[in-house]
Design a protein around this ligand. Structure first.
Ligand code: EPZ
Length: 416
């Protein structure tokens, strides 16, 4: 199993290029199942989760060709309607096949994703939405089956803002008969990117990016060429790296408008954040000022940046209250940060981070994708050597992160 080894204490300086967004690429690749012919996707990041998605598409019968960061998918050969346990357990976002399969084949059988480290993460709202569109939902032997000869448009209200729930219902509704309205829909940029991709394929979707999305069903979609948007969480991770190491990083190929909440929070800690058209320059400062943060659905501060920001607050000059409102168990990285010398107390969904003068390197264990990034950030500023174990979590969502940090001057490497 690979490890990341870091000798901390160096300010990171230079330029870094952001890769395509994992959480945009996954639903967009799945949407290729909605049409015959070759869809072409560019700026697709080279990640484990993308390879898992390609495995699912090929298992279902699609043809996939990949050359560097261009992936082509032909959904013509779609012949299976089932996503088996062995595939879903590797990547819970496999549930995103539900919408396209029911829309295209009238039937889907998908292994229920179990919980994960950060929470139970049920898919009840996905299933309620599909039932509203006329699908017959049955649960048996760990699988969910959804059946309907042709979905009919409906008004769907989400009790809780759900990103993949919104995406699944969008991909189900595009071929339904009549109009579908999604209320209290997720507003994330990845939802907008999926709507843009579907509209490029001939769908009629309006309101993506707002809490109310209107989808007029069409009879069929056509293949399209789509570029994946930059990853806003990778962008925020590098912004935080500049702040935590007191460095000066220019982030290229990003969309500053997607990280406004992160920019604002970092400014409050004293960092200088300079925004260009597709660049952001962040200069860290000393001391780092402690600030409170609460995670919220977009455009609020993203839950996927909570762990990374906690690493920064661990070395700030006061007390920071971090409140996690999206997932019920997303503080697993706290015990690992404590091993590096952080002073953090957790009570329910709130963590009180008392900044310390410095962290000291130690072996730590990654428990999920964003916790991995948090521990690497902490290692970059800790005195001495930090070894982050179980980096397979990291490889799910970051493309060659250690190489990018090394290009910015970090003493970091991967050992098998
Ligand atoms: C997406 O997960 C992202 N994953 C997550 O990123 C991200 O943390 C999350 O949205 C929140 O922004 C992908 O896009 C592939 P949700 P998702 O449905 O869609 C509850 C990463 O690190 N809920 O928006 O699974 C749920 O339990 C990952 O890249 C229900 O109760 O998250 C959670 O508390 C981690 N019932 C809240 O809603 C449902 O049917 C938000 O979850 C669905 C969700």
């Amino acid at each position: 199993m690979d490890k990341i080894v870091i000798d901390g204490g160096r300010p990171l300086c230079g330029q870094v290029k952001i890769s395509g967004a994992k959480n945009a690429a996954l639903p967009i690749l799945m949407a290729s199942l909605l049409t015959d012919g070759w869809c072409e996707f560019s700026n697709v990041p080279d990640l484990r989760d993308i390879r898992s998605t390609i495995e699912i598409l090929e298992y279902l019968g699609a043809r996939v060709e990949r050359s560097g960061r261009v992936v082509k998918v032909d959904g013509s050969g779609l012949r299976r309607d089932e996503a088996p346990y062995d595939i879903v357990r590797k990547m819970r976002a496999s549930v995103l096949v539900l919408g396209p399969l029911v829309a295209r084949l009238g039937r889907a059988r998908v292994s229920l994703p179990g919980g994960c480290a950060i929470g139970a993460r049920p898919i009840n709202l996905h299933l309620q939405g599909l039932a509203s569109l006329g699908a017959k939902i049955t649960l048996s032997h760990g699988y969910v089956e959804a059946e309907c000869s042709r979905l009919r448009g409906a008004e769907i209200y989400f009790d809780v803002v759900t990103v993949t729930g919104t995406e699944n219902l969008m991909t189900a509704a595009v071929l339904a008969e009549g109009k579908t309205v999604l209320r209290n829909a997720a507003r994330e940029p990845e939802v907008v990117a999926l709507a843009d991709a579907l509209n490029a394929m001939g769908a009629e979707i309006q309101g993506a990016g707002t809490a109310e999305i209107v989808i007029q069903g069409v009879d069929c979609l056509n293949p399209a060429r789509i570029e994946i948007i930059p990853d806003r969480i990778e962008t925020g991770t590098f912004m935080t790296a500049a702040a935590i190491t007191g460095g000066d990083i220019t982030i290229c190929n990003c969309l500053p408008q997607h990280v406004e909440a992160i920019s604002e929070k970092l400014r409050q800690t004293g960092a200088e954040v300079e925004v260009g058209e597709d660049t952001i320059r962040v200069r860290g400062c000393r001391p780092v000022t402690s600030v409170d943060v609460k995670t919220l659905p977009y455009p609020g501060f993203p839950t996927d940046m909570q762990a990374q920001f906690m690493a920064l607050m661990a070395v700030a000059d006061g007390h920071s209250l971090i409140t996690e409102t999206i997932f019920e168990n997303r503080f697993i990285h706290v015990s690992e940060l404590r091993r590096l010398g952080a002073d953090i107390t957790v009570s329910g969904n709130t963590a009180l981070v008392r900044g310390v003068a410095g962290l000291s390197g130690a072996p730590v264990m990654a428990t999920d994708l964003r916790a991995s990034a948090c521990l690497i950030l902490a290692g970059l500023v800790a005195e001495g050597t930090t070894v982050v174990n179980r980096v397979y979590h990291l490889d799910r969502g970051y493309e060659a992160l250690e190489k990018k940090f090394a290009s910015l001057g970090a003493a970091i490497g991967r050992v098998s």
